[in-house]
Design a protein around this ligand. Structure first.
Ligand SMILES: [Zn+2]
Length: 288
């Protein structure tokens, strides 16, 4: 199991636009003109003038922040590795009064996810996860949890412990659950039943309804048989350490993946360029 204090990938940028880069950290940037140390993973890099770049980093301490890296694009730059896309590093930053961005003083690599750069599907999913992290509002006390989720997901992905589609579904559902959209999966919303053969997932309200209570096949309801419901409960409720201990295959995985994506799109927004890219390179796993 990977913890929040232990974790990189190689560079590839362009799918995520440069414009909305790294200014999501304003709310946490309160003190100025001092040096601080943070650990986090680079989730976006944007080339600026000449050889400089801005990196967006998901950190344990401050959530998503933007860091200006001078001379980073030069191969001989001492920060080249530690500031690469999907590299997990420790950063020493200078917080300036005059800029929304932190300035980089020191950077040390903690972990590189080597396999990420060898598989375009893995890379596409990591970029989608990055866009999602920038989209949602993470409560300050959940920053470490979200970083751990991100790192663990890259671990599950690159070690092939879970299929690519299951990693994607798990990230979508857990991220929503941890940022205020945890669905109510305890029992049927009408009769309270905890277990039965067939449930439907009410996408709009994040609730489940059993086959007996669902009067018709309502719009926005998605089939979730019992193994699918069990998997959803893991993703929404289990401690992170235990969340990765189940597996699901075949039609149940298909149901789970559909629900997680629909729920995410319903409660955030519908247009993710990185999701389009993921779908253009994703190879659908066989159902049986
Ligand atoms: Zn019911």
């Amino acid at each position: 199991m990977i913890t929040g204090s232990s974790f990189s990938g190689q560079a590839l940028s362009g799918i995520i636009s440069a414009t909305e880069t790294a200014y999501l950290h304003k709310k946490t940037k309160t003190m100025a003109n001092q040096t601080i140390k943070v650990t986090g993973i680079v989730i976006k890099e944007t080339k600026t003038k000449e050889n400089d770049k801005i990196i967006t980093v998901l950190t344990k301490e401050l959530g998503v922040i933007g860091i200006y890296v001078k001379g980073a694009m030069r191969l001989k730059n001492k920060f080249h590795s530690a500031t690469g896309l999907f590299t997990y590093s420790e950063f020493v930053l200078f917080e300036s009064r005059s800029s929304e961005l932190y300035q980089l003083n020191e950077a040390t690599v903690k972990h590189i996810f080597h396999r990420l750069s060898t598989n375009v599907e893995y890379l596409a999913l990591a970029m989608y996860m990055s866009e999602l992290v920038c989209e949602v509002t993470v409560p300050d006390d959940m920053n470490n949890e979200i970083l751990r989720l991100f790192l663990n997901m890259l671990h599950m992905l690159t070690t092939q412990k879970w299929s690519v589609s299951l990693c994607k579904a798990a990230f979508e559902m857990r991220l929503l659950s941890d940022t205020g959209y945890r669905p109510n999966l305890v029992g049927c919303k009408r009769c309270g039943k905890y277990e039965t053969d067939m449930f439907f997932f009410d996408n709009e309200n994040g609730e489940i309804i059993c086959g007996q209570c669902a009067k018709s096949y309502d719009k926005g309801y998605y089939i979730a048989e019992m193994p699918t419901i069990m998997a959803l409960r893991y993703l929404a409720y289990a401690d992170l350490e235990k969340m990765f201990t189940f597996n699901i295959t075949g039609a149940f995985r298909y149901q789970l993946c559909r629900i997680c994506e629909k729920y995410l799109l319903e409660h955030t927004r519908y247009d993710y360029k990185t999701l389009d890219f993921y779908k253009s390179v994703h190879i659908e796993e066989k159902l049986f």
